[in-house]
Each structure stands twice: as C-alpha cells, then as structure tokens.
Design a protein around this ligand. Structure first.
Ligand SMILES: Cc1ncc(COP(=O)(O)O)c(C=O)c1O
Length: 981
C-alpha cells in the first residue's frame, strides 16, 4: 500500500481499537490463529457473504469533509416562512458548543443507571417542568419522536383508556379537526387503521359528537396559523366523555391561555423551535403532557424525583416497570429511544432565556406578524386569520406568481392553494426581513416600494383577549438564575460532570452498540447547509440532501441484501412498526388481510411485541432452548398451527443471546412455507455488516438502528434513526408522506405539487419525509470513511473484542450461550444468578459496583434476568477491555470473599455501591471494608477517578411519591431532613 492509499484508509485504524500487536495477543488469549479463523468459527459458512460490499470509500477524514462541502453547497438555504411545525430558531452558541457538539452530552446512554446520570436527569426534569408549565398540565414526559407521533400516541392512549375494560370497542371514533398539520393527519391515519380506530375528519365548529367518540384533536394555533377558542368544543367533547388533545406550540403558549386551563386532557407538539435547528426534519424533541389521572398510561420516559441510600434527593427514570420492556405484548406504545439530547437542548434554551426571555421572543415575533399583516392589508392583501400568533394566511389572486418572485429572492412561503399563502415568522425574523416579504408582495403588484411602520410598543391585537395568558410559568429558580453566559456554561458543565459518557470509559451495553461517534462524522450536522433546511422546502433546494439520501439508501440496501430502503423511521422501534406495516399491507394487497399472527421468540426485545400490537397483530410467543437458540420444533409447531393466519416472524439476528444461530435459514423457510414473512430486528447488525446480511439469511424486511451500528450517538436516549430495508415484495409498501411528489419522497411547497400520490396502503410513520434527516449525515460519513473493507473489518473486530473479553472472564464467571464452536458473536451474557445463593449478591449490586471502578454497567437483566450482557464494540482498544475485565475479575474476588465468610453478607463494597465522594470523605465510616477499597479498588482508578454523584437510588420511594417536575427548592431540604442519614 502506498502512502496515499494509506492516507485514505487511516480512519479505519482510528475507528477500530486494537492495533496489530494487541490483536495478536488477543487472538492468543482466545486460542485462534487469526481474526479470519475466529470469524469462520463464529459465523455459519452457509450464511457468509460471497461478495465484498459495494459501498464507496474509504476516504480520509480531511478528504471527506472537503467533498462534503461540495455536496452541502448543492443545498440552497432560502429564508423559510413555511412553518407547519418547523421554524427557524437561534441556537444559543453556548448550548450549541457545550451540549449539541459536546461528546460529554451526546455520547451518553439512556439514564437507566441513575447514579451516574444525575446531570441529564436534571436537565430532562427541567424539560418536563417547562412543558408542564407552558401547557398548563401537571405531568409531562421526556420526550417523544416528533409532533405527529406524539399526537398518535395521545390518540392511542385515550383509545386504550376508554376501551380497556370492555370486551368490545365501544367508542371507536376519533375526531380530527381539518386544520391540524397535514403530516400529523398522515401519522394518525397510519396509527388508527391497525387499532380499528375510526377517524372522523371535519371542522370542529360544526362537528357532531356522541358517545361513540373516545377523543378529539385540534391544533392551537392551527395549521392556518389561526388562534381559535376551543372552550365550547372542549365542553362539547367532555359532555360525551371524549378526551381532548391539543397539538400546540410552546412558544405561542407564552402568550396564549394554556391547553390545561382551557380544559384539554392532553397537549402534544414539537419543542423544535426552542433552540433546535430544523435539520430538514430533525432530530427534535416532541412533548406530551396530560392530566394526573393518566400518569400511568403516558408513553415514553418520565423522569421523577426519589431519594438515594443516604436519604438525599435524587432523580431517576420513574415507573420503569411500565416501560415496554416489561409490558411486551400488553404494551400500548413502543417508544424506547426518543429524543433526549434534543429535549436537553430545548430545556437549556428555556434555562438560558427564562420566562421573561421566552415571552419577549414570542412578543417580538407576534409584533412583526402584526406589522406584516397591517402593511399587507394596506397593499390590498387580506389575512384570513382573525387572531394569530406568528402565521398569516394571506389571500392572493395568483399564488404561483408570488412564488416565482419569492423564490427568485430566496424566500420560501407555504402555499395552501392557488389563492392562499402562509407566512410563518420566527425568532430569526428581523424588521428588514419583514420589508423583504413586503417587497415580494409589492413586486407582484409591479411596485418596487414597500414600507413598514414598526411600532415597537403596539398592543398585540392579534392575540384575542379571551385567550391571553395570565398565568405564570417557569417560576422555578433553575429558569431564573442562569442568564449570563458564564453561569450557563458552568451549569451545563456541572451537569455534564455528573454523567458518565463515552468520553470517560467504555459503555459496554449489550444490544446497544456504544461505539465511537467520530467528530468528523458529527461536525457537518451543524453546518447551516444541512441544519437550516425546512423539511417541506421545494426539492430543487435540497439537492445535496438528495444525493446523500440516495447514496445512503443504496448502501444500506447493499449492506442488508435488500431492494429498497425507507429512511423515515426515527428509532429502532419505529422501524419495527414501519416494517410490520409493510408486511400488513403486503398481505392485505393479496386479499390475505386475515393474516394477523406474528410469532416472536421469548428472547426478543420488548419493543418487538409492542410494535406488533401497534401494527394490529396478535403476538404468539415461541420458546428458546437451553442453549439460548430459538426452539425450532416449537417454532415449526406454531407456524403450522397458525398457518392460515400467519403474518410473519420477528427475529433478532444474531440472537439477543449473542449467538449466530445455525438454523436461521431453516427458521425463515418454515415461516415462508406457512405463508408468513420474516422481520429481522437489526439491533445486532454490528455483528453482520460485511460478513452476512438479513437478505442472505432469508429475511424479508429489517430495520437498522443507525444509532447503534452506524455511529449515530445515543444522546442519552435519542436521537436515533431506524430505517427499514425490504426485499422487492415489500418495496411498494414503504411509508409515504403527505408532502411526497408523484409518490416520490421529495418534499414540496410548490403550488402544483401539493397533491399526494401514494399507495393507499401506506402512509407516513414520521412527521418528516426522511425522519431526523440531518443525522443521516453521521451514518453516511461512517460508511464512506470506512469503505467496504473497513466496514467488514469493524464487524470482525466487534466479534474479536467480545470473544477476547469472554476468554478473559470465562474461568471466573459462567458465560451463558455460545455458538456451535464455543465462540460468541459481538456480545455475550455473564450469568450472575449463582451469586444470589452463594453470597446474597444480585446483578444490580455488580452493576452498581462497576461504577466504583469508573464503568457503566453492561445491559442488566436483558434478555435474561439476573445477568449482564457485554458488548464492547470494535472501537475499544485492548487496554480498555483489560481494565473492564480486571474490574469484573476483582468484583468476582469481592464476591468470593463474601462466599468464604471473609467479607460480611450485608456490609460489603458491593451492597453499598456506588460510593460517592461525600460518603468516602464523611467523618463517619462504619463499614467493615476500607474507604480506599471502596473508592479505589484497582490501581487504574487512582489515575482518573469518576465519582458517582449519588448513592444507590431508591426506585420504589420515587414511584410511590411520584414527582415529575422541579419542586420548590425548600422541598429538597424537606426530603433530606425527613430521611435517616
Ligand atoms: C434488540 C432490540 N430491538 C429493538 C430496540 C429498539 O430500538 P430503539 O431504542 O431505537 O427504539 C432495541 C433497543 O435497544 C434493541 O436492543
């Protein structure tokens, strides 16, 4: 290899941890001659790919960024007044630099381990408080995928609530006001059909409701921009026991009477305009707030207050047992990965601006909208919205003519039809922007003069008196004390310091693939050419995105061995749902709509049955054998038993037990022979890329977690992307979108292109045509930087790293499940159950003790209770793998000491783990083991100690005393005082 070829391949060596000499040592420890020999031993020959991948690259990081600049230049950033749920916003630089672009925040995992996650938990509690305050509803979650999904979740929640105690659906109808966003309607249609919800579209003013309606949805302000008073309609809905959902805008709610005060039962929407760039559709956090009585039905994650082992106030994810992992086929929602990082950004935006700052932003926008309205009116253009916040719907004679003038000046409006133009102003709109808009309208009248009288003190007559907000919000000190940049910087840093992320140590979460998220992959996400594009901008303005989307779709097809890809789903679980909908549509199109049974092995992730239920399927759970493999006989028996109604199988490959099952081809044939299709959960693709593929094993459809295998960071629980890839049979049924042109997923605001052409069987699963489009750049970069050989090598090293750790641990721990030849795939399960009997030690104790050794616990009790599942990924070098193994081996010694009676059964470093600085430095120390042993159990910990910020969290206390917003400051003290120290 010459010097120049070497340069092109240098990223591979930066991405993959072990170097050549480390590799040799690791192979020796495993007892195999080469990496290839290990792969031959691990991946069944029958499913190995015969061809190298056909992706492009490798390229050097420098070259990649140079080339991407050219692609970026193909996107044209016009000034957007399109609105419809997506607005320009100013991301405060301190938040951009120290949250969005900071690995200390974006490489965090979902805060299941509360003791090393207090920072993001606090920020997410701020998010919930902000949402709760602004919507006027007592309980909010953190967070959901997008506004449309949040609306669909609210609809499903009320549907289940209303019909849960009945054998039959008694109230199947849901009223949808015609003036909600088109993309939200689209998602409601998708979600309603499989659940047998009847959607009734109409004008809320004339809607006739009866007891057969379980709920209604209206938008506030609506898709025209109009602010309507829904009080009477809410009373009308409540009179027939229907629940009311208001889709709304948090910024508008700083000026408008909040939904809770109007009587709404739930409020949903997007927090995008609170400091998160449009990014051609995402990622952004959606919000969901409701009344107290529905708190146990809320989808997604809720952060709550609790106490730790010292009685100190702390935070953790509340009601974890209501998560889909536990409820499986009884689940009503499959939300897992959501948009935590973006919720944190919006929460920080509220901390940065405070109540007064937010209100001032809203007033400025509204004042400019009012001025624009008045000046347009002077020119003879009338705004049809009597009351509005930021959006005008202007009546014109020829929208097409105005569009031409506007676009020539690089301005985008929203074109409702030939006679109505939408103009949505936002935080970035200036007085000169308003003049530019007026010039466009003046030009359409052949005039080149436009004037505006900016009366900065005028009353906001556009906000109706009856709907003017009088109640306060964001009164908690957190929103009122950090408005200087110095304070803000220190606040963000103080929270970051409490959290363990990938910039501290490896996070070996099985099934989660916490690999390197390279800076070069992430940097372009902030470039304005990508971050400032509206998802419904005319397609000629996003040719750069088009190129990326087209290439990425092609590469993902090649990697999965499939024919077509949809980049729409915003998470793995949403991919499952979208993929299952393609199966549903396929059967329906062949007059086999009765096929409604999905087989799911017991080892599956909880989202699998949850998604199947959401897609309208009946779940039949099949067994696994003692070796952790699918019990083929049981699967066959069930496939035959349900042959007449079999829709398909959901299977994870390699299995959630970390094994490449030899029988996978046979399993797929059994399903096909009985009329079903095979859905492959791609969470474990990191063990497949370049070695085998879902298409090759015989599956029909799969999703890919781009936030696992393809390097999108986890962001503390999102963003994520879960594209689906399908074979030719299923290609016609991929999700479409209300802004698709001629059936193609290319968003539009062209007057002529507004009609929708799509398969009647497929509607959207996400609010934006390409989901969280801006983070597709990360996976795009990942594939291109590594090239086909780098991708294959990464997979091989993921398997090598796992097998090396297994080899180091297997003499001291029982490793559950391995393949025919004794090797594991890219992850393996360590059985901790025996220690309960021998030493009273549970898996949780080991997980918490690992924190004292600077490590995040591996996946706990999934897929087998009482175990940990370790997935090191290819990105960790031997030294880090060794540190982790040393930690686990030392913990084994600590357990042995208990087993041998040398250490006390209850007073030992495992039971009291994790140990905080406060505990270690306290004047009191009543334990039978030393402080040094507690805090610095191994030498490497001395070099760099990460301190958990709280002692072990008490989950039950928090669930019994559910508090999910920031409490008054005094209450923090009360909790501490009332608890034993
Ligand atoms: C096997 C498996 N399937 C599905 C999912 C759901 O993916 P997401 O969290 O992106 O919704 C996960 C998440 O960890 C998983 O491990």
């Amino acid at each position: 290899m010459n010097l120049f070829e070497q340069q092109q391949q240098e990223f591979t060596a930066r991405h993959i941890g072990p170097n050549e000499s480390e590799t040799k040592a690791m192979l020796k420890a495993i007892g195999v001659a080469s990496v290839d020999a290990l792969i031959d031993k691990t991946v069944p020959a029958s499913i190995r790919l015969q061809q190298p991948l056909q992706t492009t690259g490798p390229v050097s990081e420098f070259q990649y960024l140079q080339e991407l600049k050219e692609t970026a230049a193909m996107n044209k950033v016009f000034k957007s007044y399109i609105g419809q749920g997506y607005y320009n916003t100013i991301v405060p630089s301190v938040i951009l630099r120290t949250v969005f672009e900071n690995p200390g925040w974006y490489t965090q995992y979902t805060p299941y381990q509360a003791e090393i996650a207090q920072g993001r938990l606090e920020s997410l509690l701020n998010f919930q408080t902000m949402v709760s305050d602004l919507t006027g509803l007592p309980i909010a979650n953190a967070s959901l995928l997008d506004e449309g999904t949040a609306a669909a979740e609210a609809m499903a929640m009320f549907f289940n609530h209303k019909n849960k105690d009945h054998d039959q659906i008694t109230a199947p109808k849901f009223f949808v006001d015609e003036n909600i966003f088109a993309q939200t309607k689209d998602i409601l249609v998708t979600r309603a059909a499989p659940l047998h919800i009847e959607l009734v579209f109409g004008d809320y003013k004339t809607a006739s409701l009866d007891e057969s309606f379980f709920g209604v949805i209206v938008q506030y302000p609506n898709s025209n921009g109009a602010v309507e008073d829904y009080r009477q309609f809410i009373d009308k809905a409540h009179a027939v026991n229907a629940q009311v959902i208001m889709a709304t805008d948090l910024l508008a709610l700083t000026l408008l009477t909040p939904p809770g005060e109007l009587g709404a039962d739930a409020a949903v929407g997007s927090a995008q305009r609170l400091g998160v760039p449009m990014g051609f559709g995402g990622p952004h956090a959606a919000f969901f707030a409701t009344k107290d009585e529905f708190k146990r039905n809320i989808p997604g994650r809720i952060i709550g207050v609790s106490i730790d082992a010292q009685g100190n106030r702390c935070l953790r994810m509340a009601l974890q047992t209501r998560e889909q992992h536990i409820r499986r086929e009884k689940a009503t929602s499959n939300i897992c990965t959501a948009q935590a990082l973006l919720a944190n950004m919006s929460a920080m935006y509220a901390v940065y601006h405070g109540a007064a700052g937010l209100k001032n932003i809203a007033k400025r926008i509204s004042l400019l909208a009012l001025t624009l309205d008045e000046e347009l009116n002077e020119m003879g253009f009338s705004n049809v919205n009597e009351y509005y916040f930021d959006t005008l719907k202007v009546q014109v004679t020829d929208a097409e003519a105005i569009r031409k003038i506007a676009e020539a000046r690089e301005i985008n409006f929203y074109y409702f039809d030939r006679n109505h133009i939408g103009i949505a102003l936002d935080e970035t709109t200036s007085q000169s922007d308003v003049l530019d808009i007026l010039h466009v309208f003046a030009s359409s009248q052949n005039s080149d003069t436009a004037v505006a009288n900016f009366d900065t003190d005028s009353l906001l007559e556009n906000i109706p008196a009856a709907l003017t907000r009088t109640s306060g919000f964001l009164t908690h000190p957190v929103f009122n004390s950090r408005h200087s940049e110095t304070e803000m910087l220190r606040y963000i840093k103080s929270l970051e310091n409490k959290d363990l992320s990938l910039n501290t140590s490896m996070i070996s979460l099985g099934s989660c693939t916490m690999k390197l998220n390279a800076a070069t992959q992430l940097i372009p996400v902030s470039w304005p050419e990508f971050s400032s594009i509206h998802p419904f901008a005319p397609s000629y303005q996003w040719k750069g995105y088009q190129q990326i989307v087209t290439e990425l779709e092609k590469w993902l097809c090649n990697i999965t061995g499939f024919a077509a890809t949809s980049l729409q789903p915003n998470s793995g679980a949403q991919g499952e749902y979208a993929g299952l909908l393609t199966i549903r549509a396929y059967h329906a199109d062949r007059n086999e709509a009765h096929r409604n049974v999905i087989l799911i092995p017991i080892s599956a992730h909880g989202t699998n049955p949850a998604s199947a239920v959401m897609a309208g399927f009946k779940v039949v759970v099949t067994k696994c054998d003692d070796a952790g493999n699918i019990d083929v006989a049981d699967l066959k028996a069930n496939a035959e038993k349900y042959a007449a109604s079999l829709a398909g199988l959901m299977v994870t490959y390699p299995s959630t037990h970390g094994v490449f099952e030899e029988s996978i081809r046979e399993i797929c044939s059994i399903i096909h022979n009985n009329g079903g299709l095979v859905y492959m959960d791609g969470a474990n693709m990191n063990a497949q890329v370049g070695l085998t593929s879902p298409g090759n094993i015989g599956a029909d459809v799969c999703h890919l977690n781009l936030h696992k295998t393809f390097a999108i960071p986890h962001g503390g629980g999102g963003p994520g992307m879960g594209p689906i890839c399908v074979n030719e049979k299923l290609a016609p049924y991929l999700p479409s979108h209300s802004y698709a042109v001629n059936g193609e997923l290319s968003a539009v605001s062209e007057v002529s292109g507004l009609t929708t052409h799509r398969s009647p069987l497929t509607t959207a699963v996400s609010a934006a045509p390409y989901g969280s489009a801006s983070i597709l750049l990360i996976s795009y970069a990942y594939i291109k930087l590594l090239g086909p050989e780098g991708l294959r090598k990464s997979t091989a090293y993921a398997i090598l790293n796992a097998n090396y750790m297994k080899a180091r641990l297997e003499n001291d721990y029982k490793i559950l499940y391995s393949g025919k030849n004794g090797s594991c795939a890219h992850e393996f399960i360590v059985d901790l159950r025996p220690f309960k009997q021998s030493a009273g030690i549970e898996a949780e104790d080991v997980a918490k003790r690992l924190m004292d050794y600077n490590f995040h616990a591996p996946t706990l009790s999934f897929p087998v209770a009482g175990t940990i599942m370790i997935e090191p990924t290819e990105s960790e070098d031997k030294a880090e793998l060794d540190r982790f193994c040393d930690a686990l081996l030392n913990i084994r010694k600590e357990i042995k000491a208990i087993e041998e009676g040398k250490s006390d059964k209850t007073d030992n470093p495992l039971k009291h783990a994790p140990h905080t600085q406060f505990v270690i430095c306290s004047n009191e120390w009543n334990h039978s083991y030393s402080r040094e042993n507690a805090a610095f159990p191994l030498d490497y910990v001395r070099q760099h100690k990460f301190w958990p910020s709280i002692s072990r969290v008490n989950n039950t206390y928090g669930d019994r005393n559910l508090i999910c917003t920031c409490e008054p400051v005094e209450s923090y003290m009360e909790v501490a005082e009332s608890q034993p120290q």
